[in-house]
Design a protein around this ligand. Structure first.
Ligand code: FAD
Length: 605
């Protein structure tokens, strides 16, 4: 029997509002926890979510209609926890009905939508059973059993494991190298520790304007030891949290040998583990530049750079993306001569021009030199260092010399360590594992989360996806929503963004209005001696709803929390601008940018 979904109690206490947009359409299967509609009340814009998985049959209201709590919004049929409708007839509808969508049409697109099969990609749910490869090992034949097998203990994997164990599930977490994964061992944490160390050295050397002078000597071995201590504290913490939650930790490599079984190779041998559910959280690795295979001495990758025991006098960095710019800034501040080679025409190519410009200009002030429009072609040993040849699009070559070359040109998913084929799972052409809004692969009981599933490759995205997957396994309502996915670059000044740029908002059909507050007008920025940059707020002009925020500012990564919260909860410019902010703080710039978008800013014009 078809049922009707009624507008639930509204979070802001109001009784009615205007239906602004649908996030679902007839024929669509919607996972529990997904957003289904947007309702604007007198106080705010509210995302209406659905507590259970359903198949939408008919929309009963249109955008622009006034809707009150209790009004029927759409009719639906119930589905089981795997998103299959309870009626066999729905399966007959074919692959279309396998689409599970939680992406907001207007939000940044996540790669979580499973679409109709075009013959090239993984098969949608309704075609699975007929095309599956029979498993070679069955759960019953295995040496050991677990309810949930998590492969990879990076931020995605360990969060999934802890969360699933806290739901009362029996969880085994297999890690082949280091608990905490890339982020804690070779990425976010060590890089931020070295950024802090280089900031301290740089500030101490450059405080003359404040009447403070100091002779600064950097002992890189000690700096790296301190950084390693921070890493050890956190990775030890991860193991402790897992153990406290009752997760079984296994040091080894896991490979599927069937749909419900994996071979786990450890120092003591290999055993097969049967599982009811599996979560692939195998992360990503650096992309190698052809001809520049890292050797740890002359050709370095970011892992080598974060573990250096002495400072090179000169360093050539290939790639001006976020990792390249963070590490270039670290080495330049510590006293290395840094030259960055980038094939595009500015740093941080995926960001807006005014953001890239500020980061480039500041990096130049710290002594970084740039060569844009050039590709690193090949290299040779030269005494104790390297010679690197670069080439422009026109074929013009340049020879550069340095102590070492560091290549940081991006990351690719690690989907080749786990024998996905044995579980009947295929990757897309870029090596990512396609998943739906709960992280399910084409095998309903096998999930994939984190870097191995999609861009952006960020630790907090992996953790969020892990929480959703664990909840889905436990049968709780949960679905991914990447509309408010923040991102930060820890350069100096920092860059932080969330939601849509003005251009993206216009492309998505909004009438965007922007407000901007320069950090030079912010008292706190001046008192910390870092007044370059701005905060920009993008909103939908008619409703005032905040759609995106871009900032280049000291501590932008921290300031972004407020902006992310605003977007996640559909807050308006009025809410941001009308909230009293402590003075003097950098966060006042967020309030002022929102006020500027309303034509009401006090400290800018
Ligand atoms: P990972 O952290 O890569 O973990 C995957 C784990 O799976 C690894 O430990 C691997 O050993 C294990 N594994 C793989 N195959 C198997 C197998 N078959 N069996 C058992 N184990 C297996 N992100 C941010 O959000 N903020 C930052 O500031 C930031 N800075 C970064 C700086 C650098 C230099 C780098 C390199 C990355 C940075 N990142 C940052 C990205 C961040 O590290 C990743 O997005 C994050 O680690 C992804 O988490 P994950 O769990 O998906 O994968």
């Amino acid at each position: 029997m078809g049922q009707q979904f009624q507008l639930p109690e509204l979070d802001d206490g109001t009784d009615d509002g205007t239906l602004v947009a649908w996030h679902v359409e007839p024929g669509e299967r919607v996972a529990a926890g997904s957003r289904v509609a947007e309702v604007e009340t007198d106080k705010s814009v509210i995302e209406v979510t659905i507590p259970e998985s359903v198949a939408v049959t008919e929309l009963l209201r249109a955008p622009g209609d006034t809707v009150a709590v209790g009004d029927a919004l759409f009719s639906y049929e119930e589905t089981d926890s795997d998103g299959e409708t309870d009626r066999a007839a729905t399966d007959d509808d074919g692959p279309k009905s396998a689409v599970t969508r939680t992406d907001d049409d207007d939000g940044p697109k996540s790669a979580v939508t499973r679409t109709d099969d075009d013959g090239s990609g993984p098969q949608p749910a309704t075609q699975r059973e007929s095309t599956e490869t029979r498993p070679t090992v069955h759960e019953g034949d295995t040496d050991d059993r677990t309810e949930v097998l998590v492969v990879g203990a990076g931020p995605g994997g360990y969060v999934t494991a802890i969360k699933a164990a806290r739901y009362g599930l029996d969880v085994t977490l297999v890690e082949k190298e280091a608990y905490g994964g890339t982020c804690l061992n070779f990425g976010c944490i060590p890089s931020k520790a070295l950024i802090h160390g280089s900031d301290v050295a740089h500030e101490a050397r450059n405080a003359g304007a404040l009447g403070i002078t100091a002779e600064v000597d950097v002992d890189v071995t000690q700096l790296v030891e301190w950084k390693d201590g921070v890493v050890d504290t956190l990775t030890g913490g991860v193991e402790g949290l897992c153990e406290a939650a009752g997760v079984t930790l296994v040091d080894g490599v896991a490979r599927f040998v069937g749909e419900h079984a994996a071979a786990v190779e450890t120092a003591d041998g290999t055993e097969t583990v049967g599982f009811e559910y599996a979560v692939v959280a195998t992360g990503s690795r650096l992309i190698e530049v052809p001809g520049f295979e890292p050797d740890g001495e002359y050709v370095l990758d970011s892992r080598d750079a974060l573990a250096m025991e002495s400072l090179p006098e000169s360093l050539l960095v290939v790639g001006a993306g976020y990792i390249g710019m963070e590490l270039s800034t670290v080495f330049a501040k510590l006293g290395t001569d840094v030259t960055v080679v980038e094939m595009f025409d500015d740093v941080l190519p995926i960001y807006e021009d005014d953001i890239s410009r500020i980061v480039r200009e500041q990096a130049s002030e710290y002594g970084v030199e740039f060569r844009f429009g050039e590709l690193a072609d090949h290299w040779e040993h030269d005494g104790d260092g390297v010679r690197v040849w670069t080439e422009t699009e026109d074929g013009e070559t340049t020879e550069l010399a340095a102590d070492a070359v560091l290549t940081v040109v991006g990351r690719e998913p690690v989907s080749d360590t786990v024998n996905l084929a044995a579980a009947g799972i295929e990757t897309d052409e870029d090596g990512f594992i396609p998943t739906d809004a709960q992280g399910r692969t084409v095998r309903d009981h096998i999930f994939a989360i984190g870097d191995v599933t999609s861009e952006p490759m960020l630790a907090h995205k992996a953790m969020h996806e892990g929480e959703v997957a664990a909840a889905a396994i436990a049968g709780e309502p949960a679905a991914l929503d990447h509309a408010a996915m923040p991102a930060a670059v820890f350069t100096d000044p920092e860059v932080a963004t969330v939601g849509l740029t003005s251009e993206e908002a216009a492309e998505a059909g909004y009438s965007p209005v922007t407000g901007q507050m320069p950090m030079s007008g912010n008292g706190r920025a001046l008192t910390v001696g870092s007044a370059d940059g701005f905060v920009r707020v993008v909103a939908d002009e008619p409703s005032g709803r905040v759609l995106g925020v871009q900032m280049v500012a000291p501590n932008a990564s921290e300031l972004l929390g407020e902006a992310t919260l605003a977007i996640e909860h559909g807050l308006t410019l009025e809410a941001l601008a009308g909230t009293v902010h402590t003075h003097p703080t950098l966060s006042e710039a967020v309030m002022e940018a929102a006020a500027d978008a309303r034509g009401e800013a006090i400290h800018t014009h």
